[in-house]
Design a binder for this molecule. Sequence first.
Ligand code: AMP
Ligand code: ZN
Ligand code: FE
Ligand code: FE
Length: 278
Amino acid sequence: MSSPVADLHLHTRFSDGTETPERVVELAAQAGLSAIAITDHDNVDALPAARAVAARRGIELIPGIEMSSSAEGLEVHVLGFFIDPANPILQQHMTEQQARRVARVHTMVKQLQAVGVRIEAEEVFQVAGEGTVGRPHVARVLLKHGYVSQLSEAFDRYIGPDNPGFVPGSPLPPSRVIQVIREAHGVPVLAHPIYLKRDALIERFAQEGLAGLEVYHSGHPPEMVRHYEQLADRLRLLRTGGSDYHGDAKEGLPIGAVKIPCALVDALKEWRANAFAR
Ligand code: AMP
Ligand code: ZN
Ligand code: FE
Ligand code: FE
């Protein structure tokens, strides 16, 4: 028997992934994973349905989330593992953040209309369906109307930072979302540090209560993995990893594309037991 492995960064239809929670768990079982975390953007609605299938398939389902925040004009994503999805402070945060995401789409569409892009917010909400709405849903509408020929082109020309349709995902600082995750007894971990590039900021987040770093990620080339392993050691941060699976929204990236040993999951549990011991 090979040693057990986990993928701790998966999206479903409840944010910008394309698969149902049931299907995500099923695919994880087929990929031979022992543990997974579903980490939808600012949303935990996938968890009940996923939990039922995980129990049947004998997979450990870690309740997770990926929260948006900003620092120095940069988008900062913080993962929360082992959160209590029913925690009132977390619930309140998600309600507010989901409302901000809806308002953001209206602003993005207005900004795009100002440069001659004729799309409507209503169509973005239709594409998003249930759960949180995000930039990938705007990208799909731009693709459908022929403004771009690939989703990534939408981020390069219309809705990425410095583009006319860009609006940040959240005005809250990372310290606030770290605090919300800890209130819900979760383990806060900085997602895909490669997209941030600023190690000095990571050091500050560590002082603000961050517990871990997503060292292993589908966007990290091997030399960056080594770099972040060393940074995590230096800042005494836990290591996590995951594929950042989005279904068909990110092609060529299956569940289990990034696998980590379950010993790292045990380390998260140990940190949590110590942090929230009473
Ligand atoms: P949002 O949370 O609404 O700002 O959207 C962030 C999501 O957009 C990420 O989780 C990715 O799924 C997607 N995304 C970000 N940048 C790109 C890109 N350059 N190409 C394709 N998808 C992207
Ligand atoms: Zn996403
Ligand atoms: Fe992210
Ligand atoms: Fe993600």
